[in-house]
Ligand binder design. Structure first.
Ligand SMILES: [Zn+2]
Length: 246
């Protein structure tokens, strides 16, 4: 009998998910606490010209890219353990990534506003569009886009037909496609944070959290072929640095 997702979640203490939980805290209580704690933090500007006088992207600077929550080899944590069904493992990590991404986005709500972020930018000249269920292409503001992604994801995770947690319920044949869609959306949010809010992330002292989340995301995506390389191209340099400096 395969372990249910909820059973796996109860085993978190001995693996990476437990580590990430401990450092991120409870998804239900931490965002407000973090927001409150950091709200009064003075904003600083850390853009530093490099040796050639060009403005180096903050997130690529060595002092930031090496900031992690721990030094363990994350690759071993994403590999499917013996005796665990693949879909169960994928569901567990997906939910954890969603929870941790929500913690960070909740901290940024004061700064990621319709006024500051009128489009969902993810890099130079890169805007993510939302395609409605009626196939209509929309260009929402970044906070609206993020809200739509998080709401849609929550709806899927809570749907027993999509993310089964009860004994006897099977994963649907479309499960992995749904997860792939989620991962594409997660990437858009992560790219937006790195591109538009990295200074806010620094001010909130959340760089180790964001880097660890993204590192986990990349390794897990690669392990189970959830996102094509071209989809992650906007953060290719950062990915190489994060993986290369593990
Ligand atoms: Zn924003």
């Amino acid at each position: 009998m395969a372990a249910s997702t909820s059973q796996l979640l109860n085993l978190e203490g001995s693996n990476l998910l437990g580590t990430l939980n401990m450092v991120f805290g409870s998804p239900k209580s931490s965002p407000k606490l973090l927001s409150k704690a950091f709200r009064k933090r003075k904003k600083t500007t850390e853009d530093v010209p490099n040796r050639n006088g060009e403005r180096e992207k903050l997130c690529l600077q060595d002092r930031h890219v090496t900031c992690r929550l721990h030094r363990d080899d994350l690759k071993t944590y994403v590999q499917l353990p013996k005796g665990v069904e693949e879909n169960e493992w994928i569901a567990t990590h997906t939910i954890k990534l969603y929870d941790n991404l929500q913690l960070i986005t909740n901290c940024l709500t004061e700064y990621c506003t319709a006024e500051n972020c009128p489009v969902m930018s993810g890099g130079q000249n890169l805007i993510f569009y939302w395609v409605s269920e009626r196939n209509k292409k929309m260009r929402p503001t970044a906070p609206t886009y993020i809200e739509m992604v998080m709401s849609w994801t929550e709806k899927q995770i809570k749907d027993e037909l999509v993310f089964p947690t009860k004994y006897g319920n099977q994963f649907p044949p479309t499960f992995k496609d749904t997860v792939r869609k989620m991962f594409r959306f997660f990437f858009h949010i992560i790219a937006h944070i790195y591109y538009s809010h990295f200074q806010d992330v620094i001010n909130f002292e959340l760089v180790p959290h964001l880097n660890t989340l993204f590192h986990h995301y990349v390794l897990f995506s690669q392990e189970f072929n959830l996102v094509e390389d071209k989809e992650m191209a906007p953060l290719e340099t950062l990915i190489n640095l994060l993986i290369g400096t593990n």
